[in-house]
Design a protein around this ligand. Sequence first.
Ligand SMILES: CCCCCCCC/C=C\CCCCCCCCCCC/C=C/C(=O)SCCNC(=O)CCNC(=O)[C@H](O)C(C)(C)COP(=O)(O)OP(=O)(O)OC[C@H]1O[C@@H](n2cnc3c(N)ncnc32)[C@H](O)[C@@H]1OP(=O)(O)O
Ligand SMILES: Cc1cc2nc3c(=O)[nH]c(=O)nc-3n(C[C@H](O)[C@H](O)[C@H](O)COP(=O)(O)OP(=O)(O)OC[C@H]3O[C@@H](n4cnc5c(N)ncnc54)[C@H](O)[C@@H]3O)c2cc1C
Length: 643
Amino acid sequence: MNPDIVKERQNATFNVEKLTNILDGSPEKTRRRREIESMVLNDPDFQEQDPNFLSRSERYDQAVRKSAQMILKLREFGISDPDEIYYYKNCVHPDRPEPLDLHLGMFLPTLLNQATPEQMDRFFTPAWNLQIIGTYAQTEMGHGWWRCSQRASCSATTPTVLPALTSEDWRPQATFDPATQEFVLNSPTISSIKWWPGGLGKTSNHAIVLAQLHTQGNCHGLHAFIVPIRDMDTHVPLPGIVVGDIGPKFGFSEVDNGFLKLENVRIPLDNMLMKYAKVEPDGTYVKPPSAKLTYGTMVFIRSMIVGQSALALAKSCTIAIRYSAVRHQSELKPGEPEPQILNFQTQQHKLFPVLATAYAFTFVGQYMKQTYNRISGDIHEGDYSGLPELHALSAGLKAFTTWAANGAIEVCRMSCGGHGYSRSSALPDIYVEFTPTCTYEGENTVMMLQTARYLLKSYSQARGGQQLQGSVSYLSRLQPQPVSAGVPPLNIQDLASLVQVYQLRAANLVELAATSIQQELQLRHSQEDAWNSSAIDLVRASDAGLLSVPQALQVSAHIKELLIQLRPNAVALVDAFDLNDKKLNSVLGRYDGNVYEHLFEWARHSPLNASEVPPALTIIVIIKHNQLIGSFFPRSTSLSTST
Ligand SMILES: CCCCCCCC/C=C\CCCCCCCCCCC/C=C/C(=O)SCCNC(=O)CCNC(=O)[C@H](O)C(C)(C)COP(=O)(O)OP(=O)(O)OC[C@H]1O[C@@H](n2cnc3c(N)ncnc32)[C@H](O)[C@@H]1OP(=O)(O)O
Ligand SMILES: Cc1cc2nc3c(=O)[nH]c(=O)nc-3n(C[C@H](O)[C@H](O)[C@H](O)COP(=O)(O)OP(=O)(O)OC[C@H]3O[C@@H](n4cnc5c(N)ncnc54)[C@H](O)[C@@H]3O)c2cc1C
């Protein structure tokens, strides 16, 4: 054990285990989590080669092998609780998305939420047993999101064929053929090819495909269809299915994100997910109680991503803070030993806010999950009243927490200096695997605009005298104040006072956006144009804060005090996240703090070190021998064979 890190733990002023229990929810939950982790981390079937030294194809193969083992073991140990599956999976594939994520995270949940009992028997049971492997295909090459309701080409009352449609109007279509009781699916343009779905490229044999439903000559917008894409015995693509991998990406190396072109693919009537919307055998369309129920799985994953932001931050600051406790640099005072870099105020100012945010997001993630479970329970009972708030909250928190975490991971990486740039630190991997959360499941700006839409509606209800409930109740209680009204009193030591100032600021920003829309409406006479011209106000928190200059200075001084208070407990606070070394997989973030010897050991495994003179370098040796430096290069090939 590194002596610095031992001293850090001795100096801590609280019981780390108790805090871990609070983070987990209870001592029993901590015990069970550790039990699940040790099942995986001590299981030789999950031994792996360091993916940093593998090619993409090797990484994919290794991940598929581990995922298949995972499914067998989940079955063997009878683990079926979604939280427990999630823990298990995160230990099998720490920090790395894997080929079955879409099957577990979106295919199964979409069936649970949108399939009829008959469809559950036909699809969920085999999918649970991994005979069916599924993915979720919404995004297309040309469009990441849908707005059918306002388009001439697709409304409940408009005929399908309209003149003067551009190619962008053509999206994947599912047209009902009553003669055969089948839907015919087509991707009519290049831009309508499904693009990005995880596990689609090579792994899946089924896809939930989101396509425009056409029946009896009318288009009814986006609906979900279960489409078999590969033969269940041979895994070869079925007729009419053009499918493959989209190629290397920034990260997600283990995942076969794929493309899918549908060419007159026929599926039976009862392959449309019909828990809510229905098509009768004669082609009659039965509307769902809410068209937005089709988007339910996205709300589920958005809610889950809030907790993932917390986990990514917890990992990043554990690595950076432990490393900062064992790394020494410079001299604070001439002649004195080099201090731990964690003693530099600037280092604390980089890392302690990340640590605080990791804690805050952990609790926000738990709140989001509880809210999701409560409201989706109501929805299952037929009460849809909570859906708008759930949508607004999950979209806004997904965007806010992922943006914040994305930036903070990079702060942690840079705070580790050069070693943060090495893949051995794990920080580059955490970043590349996390950063697409800002894009997928709804691009963050688009999600912020969805939340703003809900806030503006709530604002106008509050101005109309309604008493609002839930997360927007502050809009009923607070009267937005113009900046000229002066600054509100603030006690920065008092949480209630801080919350009040935040609420007032939020109310002011909503009012600002509403005013902008009103002004733009007078200029542009179109609601949509006015909305777009106010989008910056809608999305971005204004630079005008609510604090006076003396208050801002007070905050700054208080932050410095807090840094000093936190310093003795910094390592203990990251220890409380209880991230097992194997799960963290970071040379810099090791629990024992023995960084340098393991950094050296790790580097020696680099494939470039497999031989003292790599084969490619023999050409240099040959060139030197023949004293050909500066001569015509292509001839070197024939020279090399002659030597
Ligand atoms: C035994 C149990 C077994 C279960 C197994 C579970 C086990 C789980 C365990 C382990 C899990 C394993 C790990 C999982 C890891 C998962 C990793 C996931 C990787 C993720 C990969 C990525 C996937 C994807 O990206 S999928 C594609 C996602 N795409 C999007 O998100 C597109 C975003 N676009 C949209 O949402 C929409 O197009 C839009 C909202 C932007 C616009 O839609 P539109 O209809 O045009 O809306 P608009 O006119 O603006 O608004 C109309 C009204 O509708 C309201 N509204 C919009 N959306 C929603 C919604 N989602 N819900 C409710 N209401 C909505 C909107 O506010 C408007 O309301 P208003 O009243 O009219 O104002
Ligand atoms: C790693 C990864 C995995 C994925 N997995 C899946 C999957 O399994 N299944 C699946 O279906 N999809 C998947 N996706 C696709 C993902 O859901 C989309 O990329 C995402 O929804 C964003 O859509 P887009 O790419 O079309 O971005 P665009 O919408 O084209 O965004 C580009 C820019 O335009 C801006 N913009 C767009 N619309 C508006 C607007 N209305 N107002 C203001 N600004 C706007 C955005 O803010 C952004 O800056 C995945 C993507 C990635 C990166």
